[in-house]
Design a protein around this ligand. Structure first.
Ligand code: B4P
Length: 217
């Protein structure tokens, strides 16, 4: 005989899983300056998701002069990646603070395989997974042009020096590009042309997302 307690515990577990299974979790991927942050702003409105940018979180910590911010700055100023443990813990805290959202747009995370594996495990704990990784493709020449242009107003030291930008591109190729392959194994990796106006790229991304959602439903 099933006890009332076990019945209700199963009932609530099933309702939670049903609610969570409708979440949309997107990874905006691509080299520095490919338009991740720019496009996240568009997608957040259209799909009503929470945007989490690890770059923005680090810059906020730097602005508040926290210990985490001071540590991250040492790496960011050189165009290197902030160590995985620091980054993963910061991301996890942000996800945990927002249990009731419809889904997430992860921008600039994961940037390494250990980060991807941690993200997958974190989502799985809640019966969730990544819906799609959207990889923006932009060539190096255009990246350097965009970031040097942004440096004129952003005050970001990692955008102001072409050598640092080129190091960021190298780090992307060496440590980050393989993350797309990790999600390709489960057919969740989609490439999108990142060249064109912001609106043109946004339309391509939306089309790619809508196609994935139709396939899933
Ligand atoms: P991020 O903040 O993620 O910086 P980013 O790669 O430059 O991307 P962002 O989103 O800001 O720029 P976007 O392409 O939208 O990372 C900075 C640093 O933080 C990293 O180097 C690393 O040190 C650290 N970090 C962050 N996450 C980490 C992680 N997970 N692990 C370890 N370390 C981490 O835009 C660039 C410019 O292009 C903008 O000026 C924009 O206006 C312009 N632009 C965009 N789309 C355009 C278009 N279609 N046409 C013309 N210009 C366009």
């Amino acid at each position: 005989m099933v006890s009332l307690r076990s019945f209700f515990s199963k009932f609530f577990k099933n309702t939670t899983t049903a609610k969570k299974s409708t979440m949309i979790n997107l990874i905006l991927f691509g080299p520095p300056g490919s338009g991740k942050g720019t496009q996240a702003a568009h997608l957040v409105e259209k799909y009503n998701l929470l945007h989490i940018s690890t770059g923005d979180l680090f810059r906020s910590e730097i602005g508040n002069k926290t210990t985490l911010g001071l540590e991250a700055k040492n790496y960011m100023d050189k165009g290197e990646l902030v160590p995985d443990t620091v980054t993963i813990n910061m991301l996890k805290k942000k996800v945990d603070e927002n249990p009731d959202v419809k889904g997430f747009i992860f921008d600039g995370f994961p940037r390494t395989i250990p980060q991807a594996e941690s993200l997958d495990a974190m989502l799985l704990e809640d019966g969730q997974s990544i819906t799609s990784l959207l990889a923006l493709e932009v060539e190096d020449k255009e990246i350097v042009k965009r970031l040097l242009e942004r440096a004129k107003t952003s005050g970001r030291s990692d955008d102001a020096d072409e050598n640092i930008i080129r190091n960021r591109i190298q780090v992307y190729l060496k440590n980050t590009a393989i993350v797309a392959g990790h999600y390709a194994k489960s057919n969740k990796s989609v490439t999108v042309n990142g060249i064109g106006t912001i609106e043109e790229v946004a339309a391509r991304l939306s089309a790619a997302i809508d196609k994935t959602l139709v396939h899933q439903s």
